[in-house]
Design a protein around this ligand. Sequence first.
Ligand code: MG
Length: 384
Amino acid sequence: MNSRKIAAIIVAAGEGTRLPGSCPKAYRVLHGKPLWRHSYDVFNMHPAIGEIMLVVNPNHLSQGQPLPVGEVTYVEGGKTRQESVAKGLKALEEKGTTHVLIHDAARPFLDRALIDRVLEGLEQHPAVIPAIPVKDTIKRMDEGRVVTPDRHSLCAAQTPQGFRYDTILQLHKKYTDRHATDDAQLAEWAGIPVHVVAGDEANKKITTAEDLPMEARTGMGFDVHRFIPGDSLRLCGVDIPSNVKLEGHSDADVGLHALTDAILGALALGDIGMHFSPNDLKWKGADSIVFLRHACALATERNARITHIDLTLICEKPKINPYRDAMRSKVAEILNLPVDAVSVKATTTEGLGFTGRGEGIAAQAVVTVLQQFRIPAILSLWNR
Ligand code: MG
């Protein structure tokens, strides 16, 4: 089998219109590199793969999507995926290719073991696809009638699909007038048996924003307010009887301010003062719950979900313990979180510093946010 000359074609010419944003899908940046580059690198590291042919959309290049010059061999694709693959195959003619793996750039989580399984299948078979079992019960709509095919006879096809080079080249030349959604379909039409190897659940195709991985982000907040004479102070939305209160433009709820800042931090949206200016009379005496709700709404707008908060109140007085559960419940209610996702801790500074002297309270918050990975249309990250 050492005489095999194996090439890989990565199809990266699609528009990916089901993803939000205007950047073509193959050029969206995921974990610091464009989508196409993920599978490219895996093929490139594989010792059995020689040539790698990237099939690109010429419109994308003319729109300024960059390719690393001199590093990547590419060919311009056609109007459909099928035409693009055909052009990729043609570009490999005269290169002595014996086998080819055809892969969609939209599947960036390709791993080497999957390539190995397809290559192993190709030792015996002219056409090999990786596939995974279908978990849902699939329904077919047949002229208004719903039909349930046996789930065990169904599987979901993935890429890379492997072929003997001459076979798939001829098939693409033969079926230019029919529309196939993958390359194995051409083999099916020609009556060529397609061998199935185990696919990989992780080898997902990115089609809509929901297919993008979740990204965990951490935000940190810190705040201090000073004591002045008063009869009650508010901490984490809970009123505590006291002979002092906290001084501030708003209700000076130092706990909620630190927490609001931590959420803004996780979203990289600046700090509380940028959203609620202390010079704005509107916020004079304001209930800080408004600030926290605003930060929470900004998270929701961005498809980000706050999953955990950890807040530390630093003071000699008041004693936090009697109010801890009320504070946790209040914050959990505002953020629509289970109470066990809200931690409120307290500490003193052993009599040291301004908190030790009882001049005020400091608060620290750490927030964890889960966000659907937002692939930015910025390419300079990797193209250096
Ligand atoms: Mg403050």
